[in-house]
Design a protein around this ligand. Structure first.
Ligand SMILES: *Cc1c(COP(=O)(O)O)cnc(C)c1O
Ligand SMILES: [Zn+2]
Length: 366
């Protein structure tokens, strides 16, 4: 198991405190992949798919896991289902990534870490660190929901509220990580997080009887679910588990849509564009660090991007609540994205589609 730089291909051991290559490149994770997916594992958590995940010690996994994963599919209409990721231990899909990342941290003997997030990733890392006995500093933009900050503090993490943009919060975290020489438990930099989010797709594959729905809707801020899902889909295609990759629809808020901009204008790099505030705080990333990688996956797999307005997000949030589902406002962007997709291309309304219901509604109540 090793990290490989995605620019110069330099290799690093996974117990390094480095979070990116000396050349500035970001890490990918390489390890020996098994030929076949083993469905006979009895675990109901995401470790059910350990045959597709990095080799971590069973003792560590058993210590860290909170039985995350195995989230239900809920019907939202004739051809649409929502995968209710708010059924997770900390009420968002980030637990998929944090369970794997913190297991690694525990295995390599990390005693303290730092992470920055718009809220949910920090909550999730804080919770799993508490469980693993690892100290944790969490940096969030100062406008993060009080509920999320409260949840992070409850797990004993030290919260730093940073004035300014989400990008500035990352900069402050990196300064802290470097001056204190602690592990950077970043859901964006560290590829173990994406290993966890891969399981979103494996669960769909099992739920759909060893196949996948025609349309997979995914939110894109920093792309932590999107990247894990894309990696999983490409691995499955490579193993002939699927004949083709479903239509991937990336959803961004119109007010903060750098990936949509780059995709529309055929750019190879995601560039900083003008953005405004959006109610979808969980996907408000003006310059996603792995933006180029997100674009590359989108192009390679023939995916598309849909943007949604603030009004569409609010209406989708209400509509979901009127179906009994109270989701975090950011999560409503996914449903809004689906509704926009089928309004643009009516025939898609006849295909099977899935949206993730990423976070619980009480997280975004003020
Ligand atoms: C993390 C998160 C997303 C996706 O954001 P990325 O930055 O793309 O990982 C979407 N919705 C919610 C509620 C989230 O917590
Ligand atoms: Zn490099």
């Amino acid at each position: 198991m090793k990290y490989v730089c995605n620019i110069c291909s330099a290799e690093y051991p996974v117990d390094t405190l480095r979070y990116r290559c000396q050349c500035g490149g970001l890490f990918s994770l390489e390890y020996e992949k098994k030929e076949d997916m083993d469905f006979s594992v009895s675990a109901r958590s995401l470790w059910r798919f350990s045959s597709m995940l990095p080799p971590l010690s069973k003792d560590v996994i058993d210590k860290v896991t909170m039985q995350e994963g195995g989230t239900p599919l809920i019907s939202l209409g004739e051809n649409l289902e929502g995968k209710a990721e708010y059924f997770m231990p900390t009420l968002s899909f980030k637990d998929r990534g944090a369970a794997v990342l913190v297991s690694l941290m525990s295995q390599i003997g990390i005693s303290h870490c730092a992470v920055d997030s718009s809220g949910n990733a920090g909550t999730s890392v804080a919770a799993y660190c508490a469980r693993a006995g690892i100290g944790c500093d969490v940096f969030v933009p100062s406008r993060t929901s009080d509920k999320k900050i409260c949840q992070i503090k409850a797990h004993g993490a030290c919260v730093h509220e940073v004035e300014g943009s989400r990008e500035f919060t990352t900069q402050k975290t990196i300064e802290f990580v470097e001056s204190n020489q602690v592990f950077y438990a970043s859901h964006i930099f560290n590829p173990f997080f994406y290993e966890g989010t891969k399981t979103y797709i494996y669960e769909l594959y099992e739920s759909y009887g060893k196949s996948l729905p025609d349309i997979i809707i995914l939110p894109v801020g920093n792309g932590t679910l999107f990247l894990g899902a894309s990696i999983a889909l490409e691995e499955m295609l490579h193993r002939d588990m699927i004949d083709s990759i479903p239509l991937i629809v990336a959803v961004q808020a119109e007010n903060c849509a750098p990936v949509a901009h780059a995709h529309l204008h055929d750019l190879t790099h995601v560039e900083k564009i003008e953005t405004c505030d959006t109610a979808a705080e969980g996907i408000a990333s003006a310059l996603p660090l792995r933006g180029d990688q997100i674009l590359a996956h989108l192009r390679k797999n023939g995916g598309i991007v849909v943007t949604v307005s603030e009004q569409q997000i609010v209406e989708a949030h209400k509509a979901l609540a009127m179906m009994g589902l109270f989701v975090e406002i950011t999560s409503a962007a996914n449903y809004a994205g689906y509704l926009k997709l089928i309004s643009l291309r009516e025939e898609y309304g006849n295909r099977k589609a899935v949206i993730p219901l990423c976070g619980a509604g009480l997280k975004s109540v003020h």
